[in-house]
Ligand binder design. Structure first.
Ligand code: 6GU
Length: 232
């Protein structure tokens, strides 16, 4: 899968995703992260791509022209019109389900705004999906883009290796993960729960499910209610 990120800060994206599991997947050519610097499409010698908002107000707005020029240049290299996701608090909240949909695309364009956002006319022309990562304020769309890429990438075949695939079900069954332990058996006087050392798989499963349900009830009553409804 190819991610094409339109941004003013390409280094942030490249450096942020070039590690651990996603870095390995890039090395293995399972996915590719292509960044396009919107500033390269500025048409003035100061390479300025933003200006004051019409109607007044704080901050600067990214201009439509360089954003559209960067997009047009990218699309001219692709076979068909791609989905274009704009990272914005004014969007549908990103979910695991959305990630599964995006993971079906061969090419995915992600547009990152900065400052007070992007001229609406550019968005109307190129954006197919408006996606927020949650109810808080960020300075730009780069971190959200990285989060979205990470979530989508780990769904692609071959990205997770055997030992890493276990967590896949979290959120798919509306329950949060159970607690994990590794060696030593006693750390600062605190023992690993006995059941995990018993070798009795049915009891281990039962304990883990109970832990998952308790944690979901405590931290995510919304998910807990969904889980209880589904179980009937
Ligand atoms: Cl996706 N982008 C920006 N810039 N701010 C956000 C966001 C996205 N989601 C929450 N806040």
């Amino acid at each position: 899968m190819n991610f094409h990120v339109l941004t003013l800060f390409p280094d942030m994206i490249v450096n942020g995703l070039n590690h651990s599991i996603i870095g390995r997947a890039i090395d293995n050519k399972i996915l590719q992260i292509n960044t396009i610097n919107i500033r390269d499409y500025a048409d003035n010698k100061h390479m300025k791509v933003d200006d004051y908002p019409y109607g007044g107000g704080a901050g600067l707005v990214m201009q439509a022209r360089p954003v559209c020029a960067a997009y047009d240049d990218l699309v001219s290299t692709l076979q068909k019109k791609p989905r274009v996701v704009y990272m914005t608090p004014v969007g549908y909240t990103f979910t695991q389900e959305m990630a599964q949909e995006f993971a079906k695309e061969e090419e995915l364009v992600i547009l990152c705004g900065h400052y007070e956002g992007i001229d609406e006319r550019a968005l109307e022309r190129i954006v197919t999906d408006y996606v927020s990562i949650g109810d808080y304020v960020l300075t730009g769309g780069e971190l959200p883009a990285m989060i979205m890429i990470d979530v989508i990438a780990r769904l692609l075949p071959g990205v997770l290796h055997n030992g890493e695939s276990a967590q896949t079900e979290s959120f798919e069954n509306d329950l949060l993960e159970y607690p994990q332990y590794t060696r030593p058996e006693v750390f600062e006087g605190v023992s690993v729960p006995k059941v995990l050392l018993s070798g009795h798989h049915a009891n281990v499963d039962e304990w883990r499910l109970k832990q998952s349900i308790e944690r979901t009830k405590k931290y995510r009553p919304d998910l807990y209610n969904k889980y209880m409804e589904r179980r009937g």
